[in-house]
Design a protein around this ligand. Structure first.
Ligand code: CMP
Length: 141
């Protein structure tokens, strides 16, 4: 499995509070190339499908409700070691526990409103990228 892409979403609260540009700037300045990107909104059923792995978790209904509550920015990012480097850049799921300078520390306000999603494996990066983007919308080198 190639390790040079990851998938991210800027979540509804971060979009709503005007942080699309600042978050993209951090991402680009850390060496990630944007290879696909769109402003879109998931329906409830799309959010349920995207987060199906969490279906049994107590927070699933709230997660689906929140992630379909408004527009998100979805993007494919390219960089060597993309999944791990991006997870380091975004920080812990809980912004309160995230390291200083990470995206979730800077722009997240709670575990749910934690600013961004990042793929947790190379395999999921592919699955999640395909969930949002057709081959015509990807510009991988
Ligand atoms: P994300 O990286 O998008 O992947 C799954 C999301 O579920 C996660 O970010 C959090 O926003 C959310 N999540 C994870 N754990 C909890 C929790 N304990 N309570 C509420 N939401 C959670």
């Amino acid at each position: 499995m190639e390790n040079n892409i990851t998938f991210t979403m800027i979540k509804p609260f971060a979009v709503e509070t005007g942080n699309i540009g600042t978050i993209l700037d951090v991402i680009i300045k850390h060496g990630f190339k944007i290879r696909a990107m769109k402003l879109t909104r998931m329906s409830k059923s799309q959010a349920e499908k995207f987060y199906a792995v969490h279906a049994e978790r107590p927070f699933f209904a709230d997660l689906v409700e929140f992630m379909s509550s408004g527009p998100i920015v979805a993007a494919i990012l390219e960089k060597e070691n993309a999944v791990n480097d991006y997870r380091e850049l975004i920080g812990s799921t809980d912004p309160a526990k995230a390291a200083e300078g990470t995206i979730r520390k800077l722009y997240g306000v709670s575990v749910q409103k934690n600013a961004v999603h990042g793929s947790d494996s190379d395999e999921n990066a592919q699955v999640e990228s395909t969930f949002f983007f057709s081959t015509f919308e990807r510009f991988l080198l």
